[in-house]
Design a protein around this ligand. Structure first.
Ligand code: ADP
Length: 514
């Protein structure tokens, strides 16, 4: 272990308290993995109405006002600390006006995003900085995540750098999904205490006439990461750079891809309390069959031995690639397979899946809801997992699938390309099936290969065991973040020549993994 580091991890969501997507899994698991490596992390989250923690377990730590916030009356907040958080100190910013709402980002009633997103997360960012200043917990890394916290490195630099609690700390900015950037009208800078004079074309805060939190984070942080080596390369190209490829390219070697891990305790086919029966990599077939029977019963589909079951668990949004389905859906459903789909998202996409379920009621079941237990049951009961993403920063479900012996069928992009390898003709190597061109026919062909392979009983069983034996635990990723923190600290201490070889090691490891 390297010398203990005290990172403050700041995120808009983290399991088990609040989750909308993969960011929550990472923000829940990475600080814990770092604590297990002997570090002293803390985690800062907004206190949403949905936060899954009994009120009595939250101890008030401080009460303060957010500075610079345009002198608004609502600018005070409380910081609460979760009692019994173990090695990880978990803090919640309690600002009811902003966060005591039924959804995290969208109103579940209307399906529309809250329209004060920028103000809410700017408030959260300022509140966390003010808290770090007052808490005196000796933070040496401020680790920000996604657009919600993108303004923090700039704000820290301007307004808190001189404060004893933060003067030596380094900033890390992690991109979990570059497509969500946080674009707001210039007035948001007034609330941040940043002069409008800084809002000029080409400045770190300006992006096509609006303020862009993600751009500000990429520009100001000491180091920038994203969640897989392949995605780190992809986002410096216009195709997946979402307009920020130039800003990312300017950071050069300061952008590092580190593959996410998965939480092996939460996603454990042996000990998962949410599935019908546990099973392990030595002899998974009979256990998986029992889970499949239970899942099919829950989905109202008939169990037909020998017929493979394809699972989907996903946000139903453009990124996930399901717009590839309509042109080939007929032909997909003429393959010998059944399908179970769990997802929520865009209304049109939900409607398309609902229509498929009506059209093929005996072979396709759709759950248009967010259901964690069912997600586990699909991972355990399905034979294949379909993830044809248009782009995928890392993706977690393909790693959960591999661990559950549920063979992924993916588009080779981003983290999917880093974690799934094509099964070879002999069936002796590889862990899944995939395609590269974003074309319906290519998806159909990959799925067809997968279904055909299912018929090769022994080879399929060996493939399943091979997939389950892969290690995607957080250990390796946590070690990479440790090194990254060291690089950032050495640079802050004015020792760039010592930082350089460590950064090179990180890039080499990423190149090997990708
Ligand atoms: P993203 O973060 O882009 O949504 P990831 O694959 O990285 O995609 O992570 C998605 C996470 O959200 C996984 O843990 C997945 O199981 C979960 N998830 C997505 N949709 C649902 C749903 N409808 N019900 C339960 N879990 C879901």
């Amino acid at each position: 272990m390297s010398a203990p580091v005290r990172p403050a991890f700041i995120a808009a969501e983290a399991v088990p308290w609040a989750k909308a997507g993969g960011l929550a899994d990472v923000a829940g698991a990475l600080p814990r993995a770092l604590a297990a490596h002997g570090h002293q992390p803390s985690l800062f989250l907004p206190l949403y109405a949905a936060v899954d923690a009994p009120a009595r377990a939250l101890d008030p730590v401080l009460e303060a006002r957010v500075p610079f916030f345009g002198g608004r009356p609502a600018a005070s907040f409380r910081l609460l600390r979760l009692a019994g958080g173990g090695d990880l100190r978990v803090y919640f910013v309690d600002a009811p006006g902003y966060f005591d709402r039924p959804g995290l980002y969208t109103d579940p009633e209307t399906g529309l995003a809250y329209d004060d997103d920028g103000e809410r997360f700017l408030f959260f960012s300022l509140a966390v900085l003010e808290s770090l200043d007052r808490l005196d917990i000796g933070v040496d890394i401020v680790h920000c995540n996604d657009y919600h916290t993108g303004m923090i490195p700039a704000l820290l630099e301007r307004f808190w750098r001189h404060r004893p609690a933060l003067e030596g700390c380094a900033t890390i900015y992690s991109i979990h999904n570059l497509a969500y950037q946080g674009l707001y009208e210039p007035g948001i800078l007034d609330l941040a205490g940043i002069s409008r004079a800084e809002f000029r074309p080409g400045s770190p805060f300006e992006y096509w006439g609006r303020v862009n939190f993600m751009k500000a984070g990429i520009h100001h942080a000491d180091l920038v990461t994203t969640v897989s080596p392949r995605y780190a390369r992809e986002i410096t190209d216009p195709e997946l750079g979402c307009g920020l490829e130039g800003v990312l390219r300017q950071r050069g070697g300061d952008l590092v891809g580190i593959l996410n891990g998965i939480d092996p305790e939460v996603w454990s086919p042996e000990h998962d309390p949410l599935i019908e029966v546990g099973y392990d990599a030595r002899d998974p077939d009979s256990g998986k069959e029992v889970n499949k029977i239970a899942l099919l019963a829950r989905a109202g589909l008939e169990y037909r031995p020998g017929l493979p079951l394809v699972g989907i668990i996903s946000r139903l949004v453009g990124q996930k690639g399901f717009d590839l389905l309509p042109p080939v859906m007929e032909r997909i459903m003429s393959l010998p397979l059944q399908m179970v789909v769990l997802g929520t998202g865009e209304k049109e996409m939900e409607a398309a899946f609902a229509e498929y379920a009506e059209r093929w009621p005996a072979r396709l079941a759709v759950f248009l809801t967010f259901d964690n237990a069912l997600a586990h049951q699909i991972e355990a009961g399905a034979d294949f997992f379909l993830m044809p993403s248009r782009y995928e920063p890392c993706g977690l479900n393909q790693m959960y699938s591999l661990r559950y012996g549920t063979i992924p069928v993916v588009r080779y992009t981003g983290g999917l390309a880093d974690t799934v390898t094509e099964v070879d003709a002999e069936g002796a190597r590889g862990t899944g099936f995939g395609f590269t061109d974003y074309e319906p026919e290519a998806l159909l062909a990959a799925l067809g290969r997968a279904i055909a392979f299912f018929g090769r009983r022994d080879a399929f069983s060996a493939l399943r065991r091979r997939a389950m034996a892969l290690d995607f635990s957080w250990d390796a990723s946590a070690a990479a973040y440790e090194k990254l923190y060291q690089v950032a600290r050495l640079r802050r201490q004015g020792r760039p020549e010592q930082a350089r070889p460590l950064l090179e090691e990180l890039h080499l490891a990423a190149a090997r993994g990708a």
